[in-house]
Design a protein around this ligand. Sequence first.
Ligand code: NOJ
Length: 497
Amino acid sequence: MSDPSKKISNFNRRKFIQAGISVAGLSALSALPSQAEPLHDEPLKVQEPDNSRMFPKGFLWGTATASYQVEGAVNEDGRGKTIWDTFSHQPGKVKNNETGDVACDMYHRYKDDVKLMKEMNAQTFRFSIAWSRIFPDGVGKPNPKGLDYYDRLTDELLANGITPFATLYHWDLPQHLQDKYKGWLSRETAYAFGEYAGYIARKLGDRVKHFFTMNEIRTFVELGYGNGQFAPGLKLEAKGLHNVRHHAALAHGLGVQAIRSHGKFQVGLAENLDIPVPIIDTREHILASQIAMREENAGYLSVIMDGKYTDHYLQKAGANAPDIVAGDLNIISSPLDLLGLNIYMPSSYVEAASNTLGYQLIPFASSHPRSTSEWHRMGPESLYWGPKNVYEIWKTKSIYITENGYSSADEITANGKIYDTDRISFMRSYLTQLQRATAEQVPVKGYFYWSMMDNFEWASGYGTRFGLYYIDYKTLKRHPKESVEYFKTLAVKNQVV
Ligand code: NOJ
């Protein structure tokens, strides 16, 4: 990009010398004829970007979606009902009472969407499988027609040179499991998940080599069973909530083992761990941020990585601690090949403290900048401290940023373009921090922007747009935003641009 101030100074120097005026006589500028010669008959010097913002060789660039958010076709080919079908059809649960009935209709348009991915130089795609397309009731007889869709999608991706990464659970629990077992309140749901995960590995595992068991356990537990904002819309008391959390972690572990029993795969989960960011990069605050990361994720990633709940977590839970059956913790902490991190923001800032925990969380200032999503505070450093501290604490060998994205107003201009300058600025600043981590040898292997296209943003409906492609929900046409160009360049250069 050219810098306007440079244009003026080049122009001034040349013209003023020709006219015999000193550079200091700036008022003469207005006297110059308006039909001046082209400004740039002397080439302007543009400094080529150097290589210091490169990502490691072989770094994968892609985008992500989730079944209920993009597929639509909720009554097709034997798909069973899910808790999100039920929830979104209850008046008042989703903004404007919108539902995922049609969503982006990716179920029918996946071929065109894969074409778009290829055009944007994406090398990988993370999608989720709708459990209830495969087992309409969550358990029992599989539905071959449902599996066919993921077969076709996988083949299409591979034919276009795009590596599939599949998530097995992105919140669309079969309704039957909610009705029969109260969903994640019961261990039965975890066992059912294990069966389903093994089945998928058996059926797709000849072509899909990367699996995530669950997406954001923290979110579907806290919002679905804690405050009722997401399906199934429950507000459980502490004991129930601890058990829901425990069963979700158990399901993850059972899923890992079931997938492994069918071959050699790269298996992990995609979690939105809490990332307390050191308020200042000094040794004491950095240490506090590591202690805090383990403690603040005690019921989620930490138990999965460590195979135990922290003392503080159990003490705080008291009589409401989860019901742990012998062997559970071993299953939950089954070794992982990779770890997916969904990173949007710091969970808070943190400083060292001389209390029993050794840290003190610092809440966001009320003026802290946000995106159009209320919850979304800007904090590019989270994309450094997330992977960095995960690596320092758990020595994880392979990390993927399984989500990172931004919702913006996305106004269409008169020339039909969508200049999502804020999204591009977001990506550039966050990716600068991710590059900083890779430059320090943190083993981050890939990045999936959330999302490939606008979609059903859960309780916020369709008005909140995270996509690189804009969806016109009347016609379902996809329009590239300016950020598609940004992504294209990024993926080709493998460098922050
Ligand atoms: C995380 C979730 O995995 C995804 O489904 C959601 O749309 C994005 N965050 C944005 O909120």
